[in-house]
Design a protein around this ligand. Structure first.
Ligand SMILES: [Zn+2]
Ligand SMILES: [Zn+2]
Length: 448
């Protein structure tokens, strides 16, 4: 069976010591201060603080900083081909590196959609020339998305497609999903699903509830998402296929995934930072730049259900659904504005601020969920174990900063937490053994 292919720009292998970093990798069972020795791009040694010999390596004073396995986002929109005024591989992957990510998977709802092996090959070549992090690409499920006929799934997998998704739109037809799962048995490739019943969503622009009623805006009910998940999980179970549910937003959806997992369905799912941190109360701002997305921000009970899903393992990973839009697509009345928000540069800081600092979840769980998104797509999860390729997010948990005050690496500025003060910031990211990002203000002081 073919494998998921990821590409990034080739560069110089790092030779550095992160002196006295607090190393936390819950999966590898590491939680202690170490000198992290990176030689020729690999983690050569985790020495006692101060014990590693400098030996020609660049020394970075990491005392007071945390070293985590770099993060992996299985759901971003890089907007290539066709919408480069919003983002491209270079800017989107730089945004990812600034957020502590070592890898991303880009969605296929571009203009035109990514539907042929040649499309996938061209994007992988582009990533090899310009990506700061390992970048992979999903292809559409339906040819000419949205469509009735399937793409050439086997040929797309051979070209390196990371999986299949019509994200942006749901698969309306149960028959289409069933046939896609039958092909998946032959060629592999997880099918990622944007779950929504267009009949139930109607012309809704926010969550259906007391806030939408008060604002006089048309709502999208939670059952638009959860009923579709239940349908698709049943089909996946029947066909023995593998599905990944994108951007879970509602309590009923968490329950639907929990039930499917209990029934033995091969199902994984993700939740986004904005759904874990905000509720539809935020939509009272009527600011589409920060608060209009699909699925919409839901109620506090929904947010609590997502957190419970993270805690009990129902929700496998955090994914940002980074969705850049140009200013003119957002600076219009709420009903008419484009849906989606950016999130790569702020995911760690926002979740650290909103969930870890108040004691809602532990730091280790956040770190684990931020890198777990690799596995549903057959990509190895980054690790800090000795011998691993260096994929490291070096973070200052005490750093307070205001989102957007120094601009963004992304070409777009529709961050859901623009203007918010967050605590915790990525200082440096190593990706594939190379230094992919350093915060400008992070001094590279040689350890004493
Ligand atoms: Zn979507
Ligand atoms: Zn999306």
């Amino acid at each position: 069976m073919s494998e998921t292919r990821l590409q990034m720009r080739a560069g110089e292998s790092a030779n550095v010591i992160l002196r006295d970093a607090t190393v936390l990798d819950p999966v590898a069972g590491i939680d202690a201060p170490h000198d992290v020795v990176v030689r020729d791009g690999r983690i050569a040694e985790l020495a006692a603080p101060g014990a590693a010999s400098a030996d020609g390596l660049e020394e970075i004073d990491a005392a007071g900083l945390h070293a985590f396995p770099a993060f992996f986002d299985p759901h971003v929109h890089l907007r290539v081909p066709g919408q480069e005024h919003k983002e491209d591989i270079e800017t989107g992957s730089r945004s990812a590196a600034a957020g502590g990510y070592c890898g991303v998977l880009a969605m296929a709802n571009t203009d035109p959609p990514v539907s042929t092996p040649a499309d996938v090959e061209a994007l992988l070549a582009d990533a090899r020339a310009s990506a700061s992090v390992r970048t992979g690409f999903l292809a559409t499920v339906t040819a000419g998305m949205p469509g009735e006929g399937l793409t050439e799934m086997a040929a797309l997998r051979d070209a390196g497609a990371a999986g299949f998704s019509d994200d942006g739109l749901p698969l309306r037809s149960a028959r289409v999903l069933r046939r896609a799962l039958q092909y998946q048995r032959l060629c592999g490739g997880t099918i990622a699903l944007h779950e929504e019943d267009p009949e139930l969503s109607g012309a809704g622009v926010m969550h259906e509830g007391p806030v939408s009623a008060a604002l006089g805006l048309e709502g999208v009910p939670s059952i638009s998402e959860s009923t579709t998940i239940a349908r698709d999980a049943a089909i996946a179970g029947y066909e023995g296929g593998r599905i990944h549910v994108q951007h879970l937003s509602a309590a009923e959806s968490v329950e639907a995934v929990r039930a499917a997992k209990a029934a033995g369905v091969q199902i994984t799912c993700e939740a986004s930072p904005h759904h874990l941190c905000l509720t539809d109360e935020a939509v009272r701002s009527l600011d589409p730049r920060r608060h209009k997305m699909n699925p919409p921000l839901r109620s506090e009970a929904d947010r609590q259900a997502l957190i419970a899903g993270l805690l009990d393992g129902t929700i496998d990973c955090v994914a940002t659904d980074h969705a850049p839009h140009a200013a003119e697509e957002k600076e219009v009345p709420f009903e008419q504005a484009a849906m989606g928000v950016t999130g790569l540069e702020t995911a760690f800081a926002a979740l650290h601020t909103h969930l870890v600092l108040p004691g809602t979840i532990e730091l280790g769980l956040l770190v684990e969920k931020l890198s777990a998104g690799a596995e549903p797509f057959g990509v190895e999860r980054p690790s800090l174990a000795v011998g691993s390729e260096a994929n490291i997010a070096l973070c200052d948990l005490a750093a307070a900063w205001t989102v957007g005050e120094d601009g963004y690496e992304s070409r777009s500025s529709n961050s859901w937490c623009a203007g918010e003060q967050l605590t915790g910031r990525v200082q440096m990211t190593l990706v594939g053994g190379q230094i992919a990002y350093r915060l400008r203000s992070f001094s590279m002081g040689v350890a004493a």
